[in-house]
Design a binder for this molecule. Structure first.
Ligand code: HEM
Length: 303
């Protein structure tokens, strides 16, 4: 039988409901617990409105609240791991769009039961990981991918992926499936073992906040479009690199709104991956559709 949303959140948290509610009151977020907020702007590309019918993108500049984080429930996790996550709220005059992204293009589960099993097993350490490798091909592919990833030296020089598919309205009234990709403008750069040895467990926040005082962190935002036969509703299946990439705009993180209430409140709110403007709809991907209810359940446990 399919797991309930509270059961999923328990599995993510690694604790049962009551305990997790108590713990949630002590930390701000129950997953991706280590992170921080900053801000900037999103500039839709000049040509985007010739391709897509998304009124939000008619606005020349849109304010952005960003949260950069690590994976997992430990608010003191080391920045020396390879996981990097970026969440953005694009708050237009009339509508909003949220992005909740990861630096791994490969996802570890294609349905809710496998997601639950993965979350439960990874909390059992090396033995649980081995069980997943032996029994779950999607989890095995995920580990093979992330185990060869080196940690980026900055949140600013990493790519991020939306992973799940969305349905986009085109200017000529078609609907086409696509996935979000954020390519850093800065050259990608990873850390060697020798370089890591010189760093503390907490270098990423200061690095980014110092960096953006001198020069904004920027990403080109693309939609990678599916072609006939590509799997839309399964985030574990990658599409060929040759698929059309449409430049949607530029995310510019410069701290310009860091003193505003919305940025200061950012860790007390949620980023909702299905907060979408007119012209974008969620696909039927079961992973995508479990996310908003899980984030709301997790949010309630923090109150
Ligand atoms: C069934 C699938 C998923 C479930 C049940 C789930 C569950 C959760 C939960 C419980 C939280 C904590 C929310 C809070 O306390 O505010 C969270 C946060 C987050 N999740 Fe997921 N997640 C799922 C899929 C994904 C995927 C596919 C990605 C990446 C593409 C992702 C990236 C994130 C990020 C970046 C955050 C932190 C957001 C922030 O900075 O506020 N999650 N997730």
């Amino acid at each position: 039988t399919e797991k309930t949303i509270p059961e999923l959140v328990d599995a993510v948290n690694g604790t049962l409901d009551t305990e997790s509610r108590e713990a949630g009151k002590k930390v701000k977020l129950r997953n991706h617990a280590k992170g921080f907020c900053t801000s900037g702007v999103f500039k839709p590309s000049a040509k985007i409105n010739n391709a897509l019918a998304i009124p939000l993108f008619n606005q020349a500049e849109i304010g952005v609240i960003a949260r950069f984080s690590l994976g997992g429930t430990n608010p003191h996790a080391s920045d020396k791991g390879a996981g990097r996550f970026m969440s953005l709220k694009i708050d237009g005059n009339n509508e909003s769009l949220n992005f909740v992204t990861t630096n791994s293009q490969v996802f570890f589960a294609s349905d809710i039961d496998d997601f639950f099993t993965f979350q439960t097993k990874v909390k059992q350490g090396a033995e649980g990981k081995q069980w997943l490798i032996d029994n779950k091909p999607d989890a095995k592919a995920f580990f093979e991918h992330i185990d060869q990833m080196l940690p980026s030296s900055s949140f600013a020089n990493s790519a991020y992926f939306g992973v799940n598919s969305f349905l986009f309205n085109t200017y000529d009234n078609q609907i086409t499936a696509g996935r979000w990709i954020f390519e850093p403008v800065e050259e990608k750069s990873t850390l060697s073992q020798v370089q890591l040895a010189h760093l503390t467990d907490d270098f990423l926040k200061e690095e980014l906040l110092t960096r953006i005082k001198a020069k904004p962190a920027m990403w080109n935002v693309y939609i990678k479009f599916a072609e006939e036969g590509d799997s839309i509703d399964d985030p574990t299946i990658l599409w060929p690199e040759s698929r059309q990439h449409l430049l949607v705009g530029e995310v510019i993180i410069n701290g310009s709104r860091d003193d505003e209430a919305a940025t200061l409140q950012c860790e007390k709110s949620i980023f909702n991956p299905v907060q979408l403007p007119k012209g974008i709809a969620p696909s039927a991907d079961p992973i995508l559709n479990a996310r908003a209810p899980a984030y709301i359940e997790s949010f309630i446990r923090r109150l």
